[in-house]
Design a protein around this ligand. Structure first.
Ligand SMILES: Cc1ncc(COP(=O)(O)O)c(C=O)c1O
Length: 395
């Protein structure tokens, strides 16, 4: 616990209170930024006025890129209202969600397939394109589900090394496809997990629009709604313009904060959707999840709030990492990837002893840590903890 590091809980609390009062320069900057953001949204940001005091039994969970804010109040109410009706399948509600998503992405209903989270989308899309002599091509550092399912389906897996600072090497990924004598499934996560970086839209789009027939792109945009970089584009516009070689995967787990309700969807051409639909559990999605998703899509104020709160949390984290001289990649998501000051396992254990859980190992990025961005109050706790650990020369 904190005491054996000579940082008393009282001191941590004092540091947090100092932030509330705006006494530290960096925290003042955060507060000014947060206040600026607050002006643009209707929800009240749970920011610097919330002193977070985690315990070992109730730690701050920054290990699974969940959305710590909780779901939209309207979505929560919709899920509660749905419980008495959850003895039924969501037969009437699923087409409503399908239609709403089609309108949102500017495609006809037959371009959308609802899935139990995007995990089911990843599995079913890979399964649908497994033909003999197929390879899955992925960057060496990316979300592991693609590789996980490809192994189950006995696909050849080709991992492409990253450039410096873990930038994804799209040219070498293309080369791996060009050099393979068979069918290629290219699984790209944009923005990528764990690096949080985005692909340059023109580079990706020009490859997709000129790609040969012996390949399919599965693009996972789980975190797209958090992106600030204007160079990011969703591939949904390629699909609405008729592209046949792209499968887009989306989820309600991140910006909508509904990870436990398991709602996701696939967007692609009607032919691809028919193919992928053979491998999902069909018209049997979580009833409460579907109702919550419908309500959440209408709650634009919550969605803006959800993004802006992450912007504030990111600023707090960027400040402490810069202050401590720890390298980090520019984050376009609700998590950050930074170089650890000590061995990753020891760092993780140290943070855990201080009631903060962070991400697992991501080979081959030795001693880089993925930390999810929680609420601004949670990130303030983390920032103060890290400052205290540095003061103690523990990190
Ligand atoms: C890139 C990416 N895709 C998909 C998922 C799975 O999300 P879900 O199945 O909850 O939609 C995650 C979860 O963290 C993720 O990081």
């Amino acid at each position: 616990m904190i005491s054996n590091l000579n940082i008393s809980r009282r001191k941590l609390l004092t540091l947090s209170s100092a932030a509330v009062a705006g006494l530290s320069v960096n925290q003042l900057l955060s507060k000014a930024y947060a206040q600026e953001i607050q002006k643009s949204i209707a929800f009240s940001l749970p920011m610097l006025d919330t002193v977070v005091t985690p315990t070992l039994d109730n730690p701050i969970r920054l290990n699974f890129n969940e959305n710590a804010l909780g779901m939209s109040p309207n979505a929560k109410q919709a899920a509660i209202n749905a419980i008495p009706k959850a003895n039924r399948y969501a037969k009437a509600e699923m087409p409503l969600l399908n239609k709403k998503l089609g309108q949102h992405h500017n495609v006809e209903d037959d371009h959308i397939l609802l899935t139990a989270g995007s995990s089911e989308g990843i599995r079913s899309a890979i399964e649908a394109f497994c033909i003999p002599n197929t390879q899955l091509v992925i960057p060496e550092l990316t979300y592991s589900d693609g590789e996980h399912f490809a192994k189950i389906f006995n696909l050849k897996i080709t991992k492409v090394s990253c450039l410096t600072d873990w930038q994804i090497d799209l040219r070498s990924i293309k080369k791996a496809v060009d050099e393979f004598n068979g069918f290629s499934i290219v699984y790209l996560v944009n923005p990528n997990n764990p690096t949080s970086t985005v692909f340059k839209a023109n580079e990706l789009e020009s490859w997709i629009t000129s790609a040969p027939k012996n390949m399919i792109f599965i693009v996972d945009e789980a975190y797209a709604e958090f992106v600030n970089d204007p160079d990011f584009h969703s591939v949904d516009s390629l699909i609405s313009n008729g592209a046949e070689n792209v499968v887009l995967l989306k989820t309600f787990s991140k910006i909508h904060a509904m990870a436990g309700l398991r709602v996701g969807y696939v967007i692609s051409s009607p032919n691809n959707i028919k193919n992928i639909a053979q491998y999902v559990a069909g018209e049997k999605l979580n009833y409460c999840g579907v109702c919550a998703a419908l309500a959440s899509m209408d709650d634009s104020q919550f969605l803006t709030y959800s993004k802006k709160a992450i912007d504030v949390s990111r600023t707090i984290m960027e400040q402490v990492l810069s202050e401590l001289g720890l390298q980090y990649l520019k984050s376009e998501t609700n998590f950050m990837f930074h170089k650890t000051p000590i061995d990753l396992q020891k760092y993780r254990e140290l943070l855990q002893q201080n009631c903060v859980l962070v991400g697992r190992d991501f080979d081959p990025a030795t001693n880089w840590c993925r930390i999810s961005l929680g609420t601004p109050g949670e990130m303030l706790y983390v920032a103060n903890l890290m400052r205290g650990l540095r003061e103690n020369k523990t990190i």
